[in-house]
Design a binder for this molecule. Sequence first.
Ligand SMILES: *[C@@H]1O[C@H](CO)[C@@H](O)[C@H](O)[C@H]1NC(C)=O
Ligand SMILES: *[C@@H]1O[C@H](CO)[C@@H](O)[C@H](O)[C@H]1NC(C)=O
Ligand SMILES: *[C@@H]1O[C@H](CO)[C@@H](O)[C@H](O)[C@H]1NC(C)=O
Ligand SMILES: *[C@@H]1O[C@H](CO)[C@@H](O)[C@H](O)[C@H]1NC(C)=O
Length: 466
Amino acid sequence: MVIGAGRMQRIWAFLLVLLFPVLQAQQITVNEKVTGTLGQQVTLPCTFTSNGVDMQVTQIMWIKDSINIATYSPQFGIHIQNTNDFNLTANPSSATLLIKSLRASDEGNYICEVTTFPGGNRRDTTYLSVKADPKNSAEAIPVVAGDIEVPVAKCASVNGRPPSQITWRSTLPGNFATTINNNTDGTYTVVSIYKLVPTWTADKQEVTCAISYDSKESPIPVTLSVQYSPIVAIEGYDNNWYLKRTGASLTCSAHGNPQPTSYTWKTADGSPLPNSVKARDNVLYVEEVDERVNTTIVCEVTNALGSRASQQEVLVRDKPNTSGAGATGGIIGGIIAAIVGIAVIATVIMICRQQRKNQTAEDDDLEGPPAYKPPPPSVKMQEEKFPQIQGEEMLPLKAPLEHTDTMEDPDMTPPKYWSPTGSQDTATLEDDYLEQINPIYSELSIPQSGSHREDQGFMMSPAVYV
Ligand SMILES: *[C@@H]1O[C@H](CO)[C@@H](O)[C@H](O)[C@H]1NC(C)=O
Ligand SMILES: *[C@@H]1O[C@H](CO)[C@@H](O)[C@H](O)[C@H]1NC(C)=O
Ligand SMILES: *[C@@H]1O[C@H](CO)[C@@H](O)[C@H](O)[C@H]1NC(C)=O
Ligand SMILES: *[C@@H]1O[C@H](CO)[C@@H](O)[C@H](O)[C@H]1NC(C)=O
């Protein structure tokens, strides 16, 4: 017994030495890194384990920057340097430091130091980082069109910690400049300004401010606002205004930011518009063309920013110019004819398909013998014996098709492949037959991989052209 116990002790001691790094007699455990949010509380735990070895904890202390923040002693209790900001929950095997409302200055290394008797001091460190979620925003800066680069959009990420990163995505040729402000509370305000030469084409274009914070990207789209006086164009002159032509008109198409408010029609030489002309907003109607319209017509458009005009020289001819119209008419006529042709063909195909479908449906309903030559007896037997595979076999589905062909074309000679011996490869025979009646079929023929129903619909088309 005594020998046995002594032996056990030696083995145990040997094992302890062997496993020393794992089974340390005393061990401090802290988090390596803790992240807290500005203004919120955070706890830093520290635990001490002595693995049954006879060891007395005499003190646990939290230290930052060489200052004792909080101390626990089993004998004297808890002492906290600054009870407004810190608290400590402790017992001989743990001491958890509470920081009540995080400030940026709280960031740093926190040392948990455990003093034991007779072991001495052991310490471990937690790094506390303080973050603050920023408020992000982006907006356009309304500008007036010009040829000098100006700020057109602003993007801000306010009171973040660590500072956000801002970039811009845009198809427009612009630049941006970003500034970072160090706020007194340890947060950062990042502001980025997007600049470009504000041409009117940039109006209503979108640029995107991309804010990166905490390895997440928040894109904020911004629609630019560039104000410009109206851009004006006169449309509707076909260079074929002739005397007595009726119903001619000019349209003044204009856009601006802000929206155009008025359209003014006049002649370039300042003479009044002839009576035969009626201006209504952006359209100028010419009831009947006469010599007085033989002038340069001006449309002036105004918005809050200013006015701009466009002019159209009108040449009044004695006679209509039919050559130009003829050529154009010919092309348009050709296009129309082509469209009508396609439409007719498509309609015919659709109608025939529909008829075929209806016909097939009727046939399916029919119980009595069909009006065509009945299939060979062997086929009939198959049908009765294995009704469940009818849908899978080609014959029952091919039969109605053959039937309808005959019905629709009574003059047609009966298809020669209806031999009483029955055809094993109906599809091939059918192909041959269709090829015979219409050579186009071979051109149009598709592999027999399609479903039977597709075949039915498809094979209708050759019949249409017959
Ligand atoms: C500090 O913590 C202890 C134990 O958790 C608690 O009893 C005490 O009220 C706290 N003190 C303050 C000022 O929060
Ligand atoms: C602002 O903070 C950054 C990062 O902490 C630092 O490098 C920089 O010097 C600070 N700037 C000013 C003006 O305090
Ligand atoms: C219109 O003016 C042009 C010259 O600008 C002239 O050649 C043409 O004959 C005029 N048309 C009529 C119908 O007076
Ligand atoms: C008539 O119109 C055609 C095509 O627009 C043009 O080429 C031709 O010069 C015109 N004829 C006259 C007399 O203006």
